[in-house]
Design a protein around this ligand. Structure first.
Ligand code: GLY
Length: 337
């Protein structure tokens, strides 16, 4: 492995895996494939255009673009194509792309032949710092985002920073929304670091949290900071907002809620607004966002296991908090209009 690559291990005992970060990291693919697969199914999207060489017989399987591709129908089609091609349980899947590709390919790999190995070659900032690490896979149902999925850890993740060269501005912002989140999960210095160190720091934080709580029975919930409002805005589908853009608004909203509950100071709310502004992201609701629709959607969030639970900043840092008073939620929505 070139000395220029940085490696973060996701320490899950005998399922420990490396996340390799650096320019050209995708060229390590053959060396990180688990076992001795005869065949590798490479899953990607038409627009990704990042060639990979697993060093064994392989075939390209292309899925569609956007959230519309994250469906059970796509999973069924992929699995049928793999079966017709002759992919066995000893072979492997390689997903090349952003979060949509890794979510769909990871979920399909987790159920095909009751589970085949998967390696991710992550090509977007959002994928590098969040989606590809931690083993969550999912597809959407008409009833909601990510409602069907598995925990299925990859065997390795290759974060090739070269693939960021062609990333559209909107995709950058999408990744930066998640990066702003990590500033409140223990990496306050992120905004001052060079890009590759930012990526490694975010991955390190996520790897530590996942190693402690793989199945989100506790601490992993903090990774959903800013996500309750973000998911509500995304589910309502009335706004032209990408995930990271929605998370940025959700972070500021969560801070406004926490301040109203006496958990943080106004100055700390200001730090949230400044972090979001630093990454050129908006900190207010899109025009036309309806308070009652959003409050109703909060209770449909799949993280809402017992009434309304928000992940909020406070004296002990970011943690899940049970909320009974929706007046605070309404009031805080007004503060971000
Ligand atoms: N993206 C949140 C998590 O992986 O837990």
């Amino acid at each position: 492995m070139p000395a220029t690559h940085q490696i973060v291990d996701v320490d899950l005992g005998d399922r420990c895996y490396p996340v390799v970060v650096g320019a050209g990291a995708r060229h390590e693919l053959a060396s990180v494939l688990p076992g001795s697969p005869r065949r590798v199914a490479v899953v990607t999207q038409a627009g990704v255009g990042i060639p990979v060489d697993p060093g064994v017989e392989h075939q390209l399987f292309t899925i569609g673009d956007g959230e519309q591709a994250k469906t059970m129908a796509t999973v069924e089609r992929l699995c049928s194509q793999w079966a017709r091609w002759g992919l066995t349980r000893n072979d492997a899947v390689v997903a090349v792309g952003g979060g949509i590709v890794t979510d769909v390919a990871g979920f399909s790999a987790s159920i095909y032949h009751r589970g085949v190995s998967v390696v991710y070659v992550s090509t977007t900032l959002l994928g590098l710092i969040d989606a590809s690490v931690g083993g969550k896979t999912a597809v959407n149902l008409p009833e909601g985002k990510n409602l069907v999925g598995t925990f299925w850890q990859p065997s390795a993740v290759l974060c090739d920073t070269e693939s960021l060269a062609t990333l559209p501005a909107r995709e950058w912002r999408c990744g930066y929304g998640e990066m702003a989140k990590y500033e409140f999960l223990g990496a306050a210095e992120l905004g001052q670091l060079p890009l590759e160190d930012q990526i490694v720091r975010c991955i390190q934080l996520k790897a530590d949290i996942v190693a402690e709580d793989e199945r989100e029975s506790g601490r992993r919930a903090v990774l959903n900071y800013g996500h309750t409002l973000a998911h509500a805005l995304e589910i309502s589908e009335r706004f032209d907002l990408r995930h990271g853009e929605a998370v940025a608004i959700g972070l500021v909203y969560a801070a406004e809620v926490a301040e109203r509950l006496g958990r943080i100071s106004k100055a700390r709310v200001g730090e949230h607004r400044a972090a979001v502004a630093h990454y050129d992201l908006l900190d207010r609701l899109p025009p036309g966002a309806d308070t009652e629709v959003l409050i109703d959607l909060f209770s449909h969030d799949k993280k809402a296991v017992d009434g309304l639970t928000f992940v909020l900043d406070g004296p002990n840092g970011v943690e899940p908090v049970r909320l009974d008073d929706t007046g605070v939620l309404r009031d805080a929505l007004e503060a971000i209009r």
